[in-house]
Design a protein around this ligand. Structure first.
Ligand code: PBG
Length: 333
């Protein structure tokens, strides 16, 4: 054949392929999510093989391991005892609560590690919602934002570097920015869950924290989060959310879930100059683990390909439960 251009020329050797590779993956791209509980020992999480509910000591050890592997940020999620869950989620701003204690311990032992937090009421709410549920079964916006501000300030006081509102209430980024500034935390950043969809991919996470919406009182509880999390059918709406978060002072924008939503990452990349994070969520993790356990896929190859594709789509940062495994594999080359 007489072809003037043969794309295979640049794919011929490993060296040529390395020269023209457009995207690189590195452990510094990862944000490592960690579950923590009050127990004295670590507890395996059924639907997330390889993940634990860490004791405080176990957490410190795991953070150290992550640092050694080149990971520079962790995000913490609490499994809160049932007895501490209330309708207003007030345990979320208890300065002596599990998350503030965990942050302090990490900062004592590993001061250089970036600590990100999650701001939402679901782990602290007896109703399992990210906001306060009214007697009529409505998730209240403005009342919830007041509590989220207290939660964010409590986390900042404990030493958090990045506050991550995951609740999807309107106006929360601006309100949290103001609350942080008013308390002298101008240096604490906000990584906003900007485009967070009402997704079935969060199932294993809700098992890990026992945080799914549920009815424990006489009041009607919505069975899903669709009145605040976004409709998976909507793409343009993510741009509206991004614009609002940027105006309200977000430092980093996040898309969640990840794999089925890379088009959203790509669209945001074209619209903002802010760093973009994507969350490779619990259900995505569980699917890979389940298929790998059965020998149906090559776990290492699938994980590294998936994470690389997040970056190619436009993500600067990836929240992933695979962080330590992926960092180990990247090291091995
Ligand atoms: C809580 C929160 C959720 C996740 C992160 N923060 C669950 C939810 O919104 O129901 C999910 C993370 C995952 O599935 O890995 N607001």
């Amino acid at each position: 054949m007489e072809l003037s251009y043969r794309p295979r020329r640049l794919r011929r050797t490993p060296a040529l392929r390395a020269m023209v590779r457009e995207t690189q993956l590195s452990p510094a791209d990862f944000i490592y999510p960690l579950f923590v509980h009050e127990g004295a020992t670590n507890e395996a999480i059924g639907a997330m093989p390889g993940c634990q509910r860490w004791s405080l000591d176990g957490l410190i050890h795991e953070v150290g391991r992550a640092w050694e592997l080149g990971i520079r940020c962790v995000v913490l999620f609490p499994k809160v005892a049932d007895g501490l869950k209330t309708e207003d989620g007030s345990e979320s701003f208890n300065a002596g609560g599990l998350i503030p204690r965990a942050i302090k311990r990490i900062k004592e032992v590993h001061p250089a590690m970036t600590v990100m937090t999650d701001v939402a009421l679901d782990p602290y709410s007896c109703d399992g919602h990210d906001g306060i549920v009214s007697q009529e079964g409505i998730v209240l916006n403005d009342e919830t934002v007041e509590i989220l501000c207290r939660q964010a300030v409590t986390q900042a006081m404990a030493g958090a570097d990045l506050i991550g509102p995951s609740d999807m209430m309107d106006g929360r980024v601006g309100a949290i920015r103001e609350a942080l500034d008013a308390e002298g935390f101008e240096h604490v950043g906000i990584i906003s869950y900007t485009a967070k969809y009402a997704s079935a991919y969060y199932g294993p996470f809700r098992e890990a924290l026992d945080s799914a919406p549920r009815s424990t009182t006489a009041k009607p509880i919505p069975t899903n989060k669709s009145t605040y999390q976004m409709d998976p059918a909507n793409g343009r709406e993510a741009l509206t959310e991004a614009l609002l978060d940027e105006q309200e002072g977000a430092d980093i924008l996040m898309v969640k879930p990840g794999m089925a939503y890379l088009d959203i990452v790509h669209r945001l990349r074209a619209e903002t100059e802010l760093p973009i994070a994507a969350y490779n969520v619990s259900g995505e993790y569980a699917m890979v683990k389940a298929a790998a356990e059965r020998g149906w896929i090559d776990e290492k190859a699938v994980v590294l390909e998936t994470l690389l594709c997040f970056k190619r789509a436009g993500a600067d940062l990836i929240l992933t439960y695979h962080a330590c495994d992926a960092a180990t594999w990247l090291r091995q080359g």
